[in-house]
Design a protein around this ligand. Sequence first.
Ligand code: GLC
Ligand code: CA
Length: 542
Amino acid sequence: MYTPTSPWWKRTVFYQIYPRSFLDTNGDGIGDLQGIISKLDYLRDLGIGAIWLSPVYTSPNNDYGYDIADYYTINPEYGTLDDMKRLIREAKSRGIRIVMDVAMNHTSSQHKWFQASRDPSSPYRDFYIWKKPQKGLFGRELPPNNWTSVFSGSAWQKDEISGEYYLHLFTKEQPDLNYRNPRVLEEIEKVLNFWLDLGVAGFRCDVFNLLHKSTFRDGRFNFTGGGREYYSSVRGLNGIIKKLHADVFGPRHAFTVGETFGTPSARQAKKFTAGDEVDTIFTFDMNISGLTLEPGAKRLKRATLKWQHILDWNTIFIENHDQNRAVSIFGNDTLYRNESAKMLAVFVLTLRGTPFIYQGQEIGMTNVTYKHMEETKDPMVPMVYRMIRGFRLPRFVAEPIALFLGRDHARTPMQWTDEAHAGFSTTEPWLAENPNYTSINVAQNLRDETSIYHFYRRLIALRSRIPALVDGTIRFKRERSWVLHYTRYLGNKHYAVVMNLSAKPQKVRGKVRGEVVMTNYSRTELDGRLLLEPYEAIIYKK
Ligand code: GLC
Ligand code: CA
């Protein structure tokens, strides 16, 4: 008998919930904690062991919860602290842990620290990053430097009270905290301990690699903006994360996954996950819904080979609340939606690392065909639109790009049934549902044994039954560009996975022999030459 020695978070499959869009139980069009509680059985049946909960703290929702106004209270739209305690308890009784999302690079501009900070004589002044303006030509006033917000435009906002500017790497309603001030770290540690005391299992640390700004000089400027080299994964950051680990994560056995903004170097990524900072990271060259000519599936393969090689253990994910839907980007959401969604399930659940599934991925939810910016809610959409228009490009170019990059594709209400509003709510949801809910929904998936949902369910069960799929080392075969082929080794147990990342049949190199364990087609035998069907994926025992 093989006894796994790996920590729980390597054996668990995580499920991300974007609470605003999960399930509305009180008819206000906004998902809530009661909605999550009522679907815990659904998640347990799927085989989920932990939930990453996108922010539910009090927030004015300029960035839908990623602008936190109070780390200690629940946004009344979602419920109360008692509901939250109940969620933690009810989840626990089903063997599901809760991981909180903590945005600690910035707060909301409504946070009382920031309100106090606007007064230059306040003891909170130093909680944020305030700088004097620069003098430009003819005495014109300029922001302190040329850094740009991640969502476009200057990263500085002038405050009339002092005439100084504060830094905001995201929207101007999200002022950056100043981690050079040790009191900030102290306060954040209090927040983390508060939630651990309530029984959460750990944290997803929002853009954790931006906490330290190395200097405030002008940055190199390019199309995507300026200043990144002075605030993204810079020297000085590691000390901050190490302290959080030494003070909180380590002693309290909290699981952590750090979201890296941009792509860290291999060296940085290894340092982050060496054991004294965070347990795992999310890196994005893997799946960012960026503007590139390289087909999605090729990008996915390239980034996968790269990161599986760099890190011994990584997160495996293809969706979250910031990305386009995977089946629309890496798969095929029309002709082969069913096949490609299942192929992507095999991808997420058999590579070496901790799998994260995003709500709706398990039923193959797709992107939305947005036509006008007015249909969207993401604050990034108008910001990106303005930036492109700033380059003097016409509206008919700017609007589709902004709509494509916008994050609402992933945030439409969870499609539970084919009834009005997708069974998400009894009223108009805060963001319109994807009209395809009449055919793509949970109820239909539950009824059909061959559905994407049941495929995920069986695959998750398989992963927990076969230790090689968790702890096994991984080796990739050299393959044609649309084929991904690897083996997981543990003792004398070898499981291999081969998949076609395209809508055309693909030949696999060499001969393939083994016993089919699971597949998204009905192939039962592997006896030599193998021609894969569109998006075919096979797990086989060697
Ligand atoms: C992360 C979040 C994103 C948010 C940003 C600022 O990237 O995932 O939704 O807008 O941080 O907090
Ligand atoms: Ca509600």
